[in-house]
Write a protein that binds this ligand. Sequence first.
Ligand code: ZN
Length: 1016
Amino acid sequence: MHDDRSLVESRLKRVLEERIRPALYPESVPLEVTVWTAPGEPVPVAEGLAAPRTPIAVGDAWGAPWSTSWITVAGTVPEAWAGRTVEALIDLGFDANMPGFQCEGLVYRPDGSPVKGLNPQNQWVRIAAPAAGGEQVLLHVEAAANPVILDYHPFLPTELGDKDTAGDRPQYKLARMDLAVFDETVWQLVMDLEVLGELMEELPVDGARRWDVLRAVERSLDAIDLQDVNGTAAAAREQLAGVLASPAVPSAHRISAVGHAHIDSAWLWPLRETVRKVARTTANMTALLEDEPDFVYTMSQAQQYAWIKEHRPEVYARVKKAVAEGRFVPAGGMWVESDTNMPGSEAMARQFVHGKRFFLEEFGVENQEAWLPDTFGFTGGLPQIIRNAGSKWLLTQKISWSQVNKFPHHTFLWEGIDGTRIFTHFPPVDTYNCSMKGKEIAHAARNFKDKGVARHSIAPTGWGDGGGGTTREMIAKAARLRDLEGSATVRWERPAEFFEKAEAEYPNPPVWVGELYLELHRATLTSQAKTKQGNRRSENLLREAELWCATAALRTGLAYPYEELDRIWKTVLLHQFHDILPGSSIAWVHREAEATYAALGEELEALIERAQQALAGDRAGGHELVFNGAPHTRSAAPAGGAAPASAAPADGCAVTARAGGGFVLENGLLSVTVDGEGLVVSAVDLATGRETVAPGERANLLQLHPDFPNMWDAWDVDQFYRNSVTDLTGVDALTVSLAAPDAVAVRVARSFGSSTVVQTLTLRAGARRLDIDTEVDWHETEKFLKAAFPLDVHTERYAAETQFGHLYRPTHTNTSWEAAKFEACNHRFVHLDEPGWGVALVTASTYGHDVTRTVRAADGGTTTTVRFSLLRAPRFPDPQTDQGLHRFRHALVPGAGIADAVREGYLISLPERRVTGTADAVRPLVELDEDALVVSAVKLADDGSGDVVVRVYEANGGRARGRLTTSFPLAGAVPCDLLERPWDGTRGSVTVSGDGVELALRPFELVTLRLTAATG
Ligand SMILES: [Zn+2]
């Protein structure tokens, strides 16, 4: 037979596009349209409904960037349409090729009750089916003129990302505003032809099924009268019934489709707009659930539920009802889909605490899967946190974005730094916005790497970010793919149903040990430094506030600020969202984040001050007390307690001029030599006589690179950035700096480009640590600033702190996997050692770093260079990213073992506080007699019982035994999960004895203890 395949395929495309789809709405009449534009920010619904309208016509421009217009449409269903299905078509000026990221609307009835959202791929509102004829139609649309930030020519700098700079040029033109007859049969025909046409293209050309489908499609097209599509659509469908009824083969891949809309909690829009995006999408989804009995929708991020509850209670009532029916499924159990690289130990834990608690309290449901489709890499600390939160599964899709190495599994056990294993699934569909296209379904089946031993995968299905979620078209297509020859099968299922099947069919999945590093978006560890520092500072202040408020509550009866801490935690957790903390949002988001962190900082400082003053007693007649919020003893003050300040002796602290320029700083522990250009040429650990700085090299060298990635400016740094570098060695001034009585310091000022930097290098009495405070007035564009420390250490690997421990990364680039990790994350420290001697670099400020190695020609020794990443200056999406004044604190710790790295990391992050009062001292609530056991949190239990909750972890990566004693009479101690519920999952041992608890923990194990004080 002659091969006319491409002729039929092309015919299908043209007839669908030019004849059949236009027949979906065979008759229409225009709606009468009026508008009112809110003068500033969005107004309450009642105000928007009541505001006076003025006429507006199709084709008219509307919508200054970020403005809200209340558009009213009115009309009458023609009598002639009686018995037909009638819909309103409301096109706000959508670009249908872009499913979200533009204008959007929420439709209300005149009484203010929401109907559904309007989105580029979802422009209809059902009026009546069947219509009686003569119905009056009156609807109001709250239309948001969110400008397009990520355009067809992406990553161009734009001022549209902040309402302060966006101007007032209208962004959209009203398009179709009609009442129309909806032809259900034509719509079903479109669905049939789309499914079969898309399937056909994925089938092998030499297989019979492709030709069976092709001939059926041809017969169907023959059956259509192109002048009367509506009259012949049923006949055309009949020709397709046979090929649509042919069932899938037994070995077909099985896809669990999950209705979904990945809504970024802020990104190319401000937080306030996400509140409305979520309301529009959930209005759509709850309406769709009522129309489609098989459909299941899942939504993560407790924060988004909390927003609807607060701002759109009518939508929330619909959500609650659908959740109770088991069809709207809360997923993920986290407050937001956060970044996981940067959040500290406690914050990562609290993401689950607050997320899970919200779902439990609001809906009585506890889900067991962590749901992080879009997060930029996953730390080795996360598996243990997931397990301690009472969850056992993880879903993410993002690792498929890695640029170099293809991950070898789609379903596997992921093992974290402590040995916890989590059953993990990467959807092979490679998107979290599946739209049930044949290409996607076929890709999932082909791409699935666990074929032969497993058969199931998941497909999150729906438009996110203002696309409105799952559409009725996706559901119609899924119904046809339920059991269709040549395709994977598709069922709507809850994530838990998928995970249970996937686990059952795959009893011995492969294991991946250590972090899930994303080989992309590496610059998110550095971009928007102020947002990152706001997060760090807030995490540290929250630790102190909980500690001192709990201590003051037990000791003095001061009321514990439950409500304030709950609210502040939730705000900090929200800002760890995977486009806020990573620095990849528009200027508006980061401007607000900075202000929010400042306000939280003030509030937390006030809570700390109030609690410490209560503990210190009256100021009048008092003396100075040193409070130590760190988990390690500091000079006289115990960890978590306070002691009287003593005049610290400046033992051996000296600064002398160096021959040839520069200075030598000494404190009896370290001797640090700074050359005439203000660079550290030597740092000798006096206890061992060991030199830290590699011969011929200079440490604390600031280096400037050009940094213009190929795309994703705020997100990415591409490896070629290293090809050019400028060492910043020019000195404006080098002077001995005024320091505290117990410290010596030098100050070096430099200028470069349009920027200036002042660094203060300080050696304190009794500290084996060179503190480096950096103040940069940064006015560069598309540059990357690093601080380099070339160290005389030979090692294959180095440690970087992550949540509840540290992980090792190689210092070499043997394989493509190692080479791809050219920028990585640290929390408070990076540590390198040779047996018996090591060095730590600690930071209170930054997350990004890189480590490289060279072998010196002169002496054959190895130089391992650690560079902290300080600042970038990308221009998209915030054209002014990081411009202005920044302060950083880092330190070099020669002679540090891993325990020293842990301790110095805490000490630099949690400076002592001095308070005047009459108390002799403040004894810590809890004390530990083993340095490897580190207290992560001391707080009162969230349930208000007055119990003390203490979280402890083994920090050095070994086994540790120790005794936790309390300074209050102990009635009992119970191991708990992160939600402070009794838990028997502890793998080490926890034994209560007398006034304390004996702990024996495994490497990096964390344990949460609920301690009950004896009364009376
Ligand atoms: Zn996202």
